[in-house]
Design a protein around this ligand. Structure first.
Ligand code: B4P
Length: 191
C-alpha cells in the first residue's frame, strides 16, 4: 500500500491537487472536509454539530474526524493506498492515524506540505466563496480564523512527520499543472 498525506493551510490547493493525484496514482481519496460537508448536506446529527465549528472557522473535535476516518478505512479494504486530504490536522489526529494504519498492517509513506503565503490564501478562498456556496469561504473574518487554527493547532503536525523523516515541502504557488508536476516528482521518490 502507498499512503500519502497532502498537507497545507486552508486554500493551499489540497483539494485541487488531490483530484489529479488520485486519478494518476489510483489512490482512494479521503478528505475530512468533503466527508463533513456530506454529513451537513444529509442533515445528520454529526453534520449539524460539525457545522457549528466549521461556520466559525474552527476545527471539528478530534474524536469526530478520527471516527470518520476509521470508518472510511474499514469501508475500503481493497484500496491500494489512501490520499489523506485535510487530515490529520492536530497531533492527536496524527497519532490516531498512525495506530489505524498500523492495524491495517501498513504505514504513512510521506507527507507533502504545500507552502502558500497568507495573502494568496485569503485571495483564493474569497474567490472560491463567490461560487462554492461554502459559508466558511465568504467571510474574511472566518477565513482568518481558519488560518489562525492552522497556525496554532495544525502546522505542528508537519514537525510530527519530520521527526520520522517523512516530510517534504513544495511551493504551492504557480500554475496548478506545475505544482502537480512537482508533487508527482516528489511522490515517485517514495515508491
Ligand atoms: P477543508 O475542506 O479541508 O477545506 P480547505 O482546507 O479550505 O480546502 P483546500 O485547501 O482543500 O482548498 P483548495 O486549496 O483545493 O476544511 C474545511 C473545514 O472542515 C475546516 O475549516 C474545519 O472546520 C473542518 N475540518 C476538515 N478536516 C478537519 C479535521 N481533520 N479536523 C478538524 N476539522 C476539520 O482550494 C482553494 C481555492 O484555491 C480553490 O478555489 C482553488 O481553485 C484555488 N486554487 C488551488 N490551487 C491554485 C493555484 N495553484 N493557483 C490559484 N488558485 C488555486
Amino acid at each position: 500500500m502507498f499512503n500519502l498525506i497532502l498537507f497545507g493551510p486552508p486554500g493551499s490547493g489540497k483539494g485541487t491537487q488531490s483530484e489529479r493525484l488520485i486519478a494518476k496514482y489510483g489512490l482512494k481519496h479521503l478528505s475530512t472536509g468533503d466527508l463533513l460537508r456530506s454529513e451537513i448536506a444529509a442533515k445528520t446529527p454529526l453534520g449539524m454539530e460539525a457545522k457549528k465549528n466549521m461556520d466559525k472557522g474552527q476545527l471539528v473535535p478530534d474524536e469526530v474526524v478520527i471516527g470518520m476516518i476509521s470508518s472510511a478505512l474499514e469501508a475500503n479494504p481493497q484500496a491500494k493506498g489512501f490520499l489523506f486530504d485535510g487530515f490529520p490536522r492536530t497531533v492527536a489526529q496524527a497519532e490516531a492515524l498512525d495506530k489505524l494504519v498500523k492495524l491495517k498492517g501498513t504505514q504513512i509513506n510521506a507527507m507533502i506540505s504545500l507552502l502558500v503565503t497568507e495573502e494568496e490564501l485569503i485571495k483564493r478562498l474569497l474567490n472560491r466563496g463567490l461560487t462554492s456556496g461554502r459559508s466558511d469561504d465568504t467571510n474574511e473574518e472566518v477565513i482568518r480564523a481558519r488560518i489562525t487554527e492552522y497556525k496554532t493547532k495544525t502546522s505542528v503536525v508537519a514537525d510530527y512527520y519530520k521527526q520520522f523523516d517523512k516530510l517534504a515541502e513544495i511551493k504551492g504557488e504557480g500554475s496548478v499543472e506545475d505544482i502537480f508536476e512537482a508533487l508527482s516528482t516528489e511522490i515517485e521518490t517514495h515508491f
